[in-house]
Design a protein around this ligand. Structure first.
Ligand SMILES: Cc1cc2nc3c(=O)[nH]c(=O)nc-3n(C[C@H](O)[C@H](O)[C@H](O)COP(=O)(O)O)c2cc1C
Length: 353
């Protein structure tokens, strides 16, 4: 009886392997047609998970999934119709030991669907503002991630519409989003603009466009240069809440920060903050902290102690003698003002997480 069961299992395995390689072949050949006017795009020699599982880092064992999640707060999300972008996603996830989520279309894109010289499905979707192609699977909990790498191919200079479906489905407020893409030759500016308008409450990095077959060393160098807001082991993060929105930063090491953290250990601190000089929100703490002043030119996201008794959060530049408490990474004037819901008095709560 055991032998019969084994034989059936082997047969099932062989059948499923045949099914996989057919899909791979179809997806690989489809990129042969992706030669747009600007540059011929050759497929990756080996395609990774083009039609595979949804949460790829979790497709190993439960034990591995749990241990990895304890170590990282980075998620790599990727849609890739012919494998070029997925190869980059694989390298990012491997280098950062990050979790992965592949956006697998509900209906796979065939070679004909991607033949952009015809009235193909991809072209029709790109030309239809309301198109929201479905995808399979869900992310367990987006909340656990601080940094989300977002990968996609450029389609007609823009985000493939399936990325809209994905981005509209989750709440990415306060997250750092790092876009990456591959293309024949087009840049990523328009697509990053689209991401920013879809995720006004996220910190969307300028990201980067890669050629297909980019080497791992290039990816490694790019990652090294990114100022990732990783949770540093053993370091307290300070959270800043304004209404429903929360941002966080790793505090600097100075006497002022140490005293501020001691106060926060006693409980959250809420203060009323008002605009000043069209570059900051400022509010009185109601107590004083030691000053460690230096001449600083601020940038959006800087959290500063002013005269020992006030905290300022900057949305633009100012040069003065201040004590820096830390910087919320990746902020622009717009993302900071969006966080505060524009100008006017707000109540801001500082807490430890
Ligand atoms: C419908 C469609 C439109 C495309 N439009 C562009 C484009 O505007 N600019 C460009 O440089 N490449 C364009 N490409 C090429 C892809 O961006 C490129 O092949 C990419 O590496 C594919 O990534 P993937 O293998 O992850 O799907 C297009 C490809 C398709 C299928």
């Amino acid at each position: 009886m055991k032998r019969i069961i084994n034989a059936v299992l082997v047969l099932l395995l062989m059948l499923s392997l045949c099914a996989c390689s057919d899909t791979d072949r179809e997806n690989n050949t489809s990129s042969e047609n992706n030669q747009n006017a600007e540059e011929a795009v050759t497929p990756e020699p080996e395609k990774n998970n083009a039609s595979g599982s949804q949460i790829t880092s979790d497709s190993t064992t439960d034990t591995q999934q749990t241990s990895q999640k304890d170590e990282t707060s980075v998620l790599v999300v990727c849609f890739s119709a012919t494998g070029n972008t997925m190869a980059i996603a694989d390298m990012i996830a491997e280098i950062l030991a990050a979790d992965r989520f592949e956006i697998v279309p509900l209906e796979a894109y065939s070679k004909a669907d991607l033949d952009y010289n015809s009235d193909c499905r991809a072209n029709r979707e790109q030309n239809d503002d309301s198109a929201r192609p479905g995808f399979v699977g869900t992310i367990d909990s987006v909340e656990q991630y601080d940094v989300i790498f977002l990968g996609y191919p450029i389609w007609w200079g823009k985000l493939p519409k399936i990325m809209y479906t994905f981005l509209e489905q989750y709440n990415f407020s306060g997250k750092t989003i790092i876009p990456f893409c591959t293309s024949g030759s087009s840049g990523n500016k328009t697509s990053v603009k689209e991401i920013r308008s879809l995720l006004p409450d996220a910190k969307v990095n300028d990201g980067r466009r890669f050629a297909s077959k980019t080497k791992k060393e290039t990816i490694q160098k790019w990652l090294d240069e990114l100022d990732l807001p990783e949770k540093e082991a053993g370091k307290e993060m300070i959270q800043i809440r304004c209404g429903e929105k929360t941002l966080s930063f790793v505090p600097l090491e100075n006497a002022s920060v140490t005293a501020f953290i001691e106060k926060l250990k006693e409980g959250d601190i809420s203060i009323a903050m008002n605009d000043y000089g069209d570059f900051e929100k400022v509010g009185n703490l109601g107590f004083s902290l030691p000053q460690s002043d230096e001449q600083i030119t601020t940038k959006p996201g800087d959290v500063i102690l002013y005269q020992g008794t006030s905290v300022t959060i900057y949305y633009d530049e100012n040069s003065w003698n201040f004590t820096r408490l830390g910087t919320i990474p990746g902020m622009t004037r717009k993302t900071m003002l969006d966080f505060f819901d524009g100008s006017g008095e707000v109540t801001v709560t500082f807490s430890l997480n």
